[in-house]
Design a protein around this ligand. Structure first.
Ligand code: NAP
Ligand code: MG
Length: 402
């Protein structure tokens, strides 16, 4: 075999839990290490080690992602009461993804992997649709009250100089409810920056939608911030790259998305992104085929699968069963990170290896060899369900002849 592909800068490797931790190791051993002289800075985000380090390892891993710029993360357990018992935890540690997101201050982009045989529920969709969800504020940081009959509700802003600005919300003749929401310009700007940057990276059109006709100050602020940043910093770059920034009302966007053939990024406010990402993921066919990347406004990238640690499969694995867990999203987290590292370090052979590996994986499925979850929904006549390791070895066989 020819020499292994060299790397300059290490990837920040964040190991994780349960079935995905098992798959993590197999992907590296079967599909990456034989070809790449893999350089990583390893952080064990498995729950046991997070507990041992009082979760410091998560913060250190996120800091490393900031330092090196590219990270790849395995799915991790977010502890709940059951997990505290199961792992005898000192504390119910916070979600690692939440911690990492808070440190990198990023936006999450989710994109489905499309393969022949797994047809989107919306037949017009031929290319993936990426959802970018703003991860701060609005209803997720809302303050709510029930209001008794006869009460007056007002918005009151007390400024730094002590002066007040007031606006009547409603005079409640009968009882009702009230909600206060907020966002901050800086977070919206960072969201916009990450979206424009990512669109340039992947050379895809960027759509953004809000309800600014009704929400003339709140949603309109989002629209203005996006527009101002586009005009001041990104218009020229977009034109050079041959891509477009397109703003429209959320209802118009929904109609256009359904009629489209895909192939763009759809930036959504927090709530819209929550709802629309589940809709898009489901319509594309499988959560196990959804990839995810966290992009920070200053250009750091953290790649992962959108699914969890696949606990139910792991318990079967522990009993000695062979499981048919889909490794595609985790594999594409690796290829995404390797590709980005190759791009940043000008290592064309590293990027092209990652492309080939993706192609080998997709071809394997399109030739009929896939894990059980896909075999259950694929329309290919010759489909065959195999276990996780057999699938990876089949990918390797195709990789060798590409
Ligand atoms: P999950 O791991 O995504 O799995 C839910 C179910 O979806 C599985 O039982 C399986 O269905 C199917 N599935 C998901 N991924 C699959 C794959 N790659 N191949 C085949 N089937 C797949 O969600 P969960 O069971 O709710 O969560 C388990 C743990 O993951 C939790 O501790 C949670 O905190 C954590 N989690 C982590 C992340 C992350 O790190 N990003 C995200 C979500 C959840 P069948 O059993 O029917 O085959
Ligand atoms: Mg949701």
């Amino acid at each position: 075999m020819s020499e292994k592909i060299r790397m300059n800068t290490p990837l920040v490797e964040m190991d994780g839990d349960e079935m995905t931790r098992v798959i993590w190791k197999q992907i590296k051993e079967i599909l990456i290490e034989p070809y790449v002289d893999l350089k990583t800075e390893y952080y064990d985000l498995g729950l046991k080690y997070r507990d041992e380090t009082d979760d410091r390892v998560t913060t250190e891993a996120a800091e490393a992602a900031k330092k090196y710029g590219v990270a790849v993360k395995c799915a991790t357990i977010t502890p709940n009461a059951d997990r505290v018992k199961e792992y005898n935890l000192k504390e119910m540690w916070k979600s690692p993804n939440g911690t990492i997101r808070a440190i990198l201050d990023g936006t999450v982009f989710r994109t489905p992997i499309l393969v022949k045989g797994v047809t989107p529920l919306i037949p017009a969709w031929k290319k993936p649709i990426t959802i970018a969800r703003h991860a701060y504020g609005d209803v997720y940081r809302g303050v709510e009250m029930r209001v008794p009959a006869g009460a007056r509700a007002e918005l009151v802003v007390t400024k730094a100089d002590g002066s007040e600005e007031r606006e009547l919300i409603h005079d409640f003749a009968t009882s009702g409810i009230i909600q206060g929401q907020h966002n901050v310009d800086e977070s919206i700007e960072n969201f916009a920056k990450s979206c424009f940057q990512y669109a340039l990276d992947v050379r895809k059109d960027l759509w953004f939608s809000t309800k600014d006709t009704i929400s003339k100050k709140y949603d309109h602020r989002f629209k203005d911030i996006f527009r101002d940043l586009y005009e001041s910093t990104y218009r020229e770059k977009f034109e050079k790259a041959g891509i477009e920034y397109f703003y429209t009302l959320i209802d118009d966007a929904v109609a256009r998305v359904v009629r489209s053939d895909g192939g763009f990024i759809w930036a959504c406010k927090n709530y819209d992104g929550d709802v629309m990402s589940d809709m898009v993921a489901t319509a594309f066919g499988s959560l196990a085929m959804m990839t995810s990347v966290l992009v920070s406004p200053d250009g750091n990238y953290e790649y992962e699968a959108a699914h969890g640690t696949v606990q139910r499969h792991y318990y079967r694995y522990l009993k000695g069963e062979k499981t048919s867990t889909n490794s595609m999203a985790t594999l594409f987290a690796w290829t995404g990170a390797l590709k980005k590292r190759g791009e940043l370090d000008s290592l064309a052979d590293l990027s092209s290896f990652a492309d080939k590996l993706e192609k080998a994986a997709v071809t394997t499925i399109e030739e009929g060899t896939m894990t059980g979850d896909l075999a259950a929904i694929s329309v290919l006549p010759n489909k065959k369900a195999v276990d996780t390791e057999t699938f990876l070895r089949e990918v390797n066989r195709r990789l060798q002849i590409l």
